[in-house]
Design a protein around this ligand. Structure first.
Ligand SMILES: [Cu+2]
Length: 161
């Protein structure tokens, strides 16, 4: 019983070693990071991007209603004109069936990610969300910093066909 157990352990150890070796080899062969592009972004002409700006104030969004059209490329600029940090928590707005996110851009860098669920904007900073709306509907968003939503810092994105 104990012999069989230790043999099993040795076999598992060998298998693990093989998997690790294989994994290392595979990762080393790839020079580029594997960033998945949302399939809905294929063929989008970003030279025709529509810019929509939302001011983040202490404590409100202006405007607090944003209207976007399905299939159009947008640069949604979140401009924090307030004295404190704010964010935008999108919930189902950020679902990949609702928007196709190309990237998140700021003055200090760029994030290419296929999914985010909130965007944090420091005082006197801008963050751009490059996206294509996919699914018509009304999607609420809010600021999750303590007390801000209660003060009325929330809004709605209307995606229209
Ligand atoms: Cu806020």
């Amino acid at each position: 019983m104990s012999v069989r157990h230790s043999l099993g352990g040795a076999l598992r150890a060998t298998l693990l070693a093989c998997l690790l070796a294989f994994g290392t080899g595979a990762a080393g062969a790839e020079d580029e990071p594997a960033v998945r592009m949302h399939p809905a972004l294929a063929g989008i002409d970003w030279t025709e991007v529509n810019e929509v700006e939302v001011a983040l104030k202490d404590h409100s969004y202006e405007p607090d209603e944003i209207r976007l059209k399905v299939g159009q490329p947008y640069k949604l600029v979140l401009r924090n004109v307030g004295a404190v940090a704010h964010d935008m928590v999108g919930g189902s707005l950020f679902d990949e069936k609702v928007i196709a996110l190309r990237m998140v851009n700021s003055s200090v860098g760029r994030v290419i990610a296929d999914y985010v669920n909130s965007v944090y904007v420091r005082s006197r900073n801008n963050i751009e969300l490059w996206l294509v709306p996919l699914k018509p509907g009304e999607y609420s968003f809010f600021c999750s910093l303590p007390g801000h939503r209660e003060d009325g810092m929330e809004g709605i994105v209307r995606i229209v066909p």
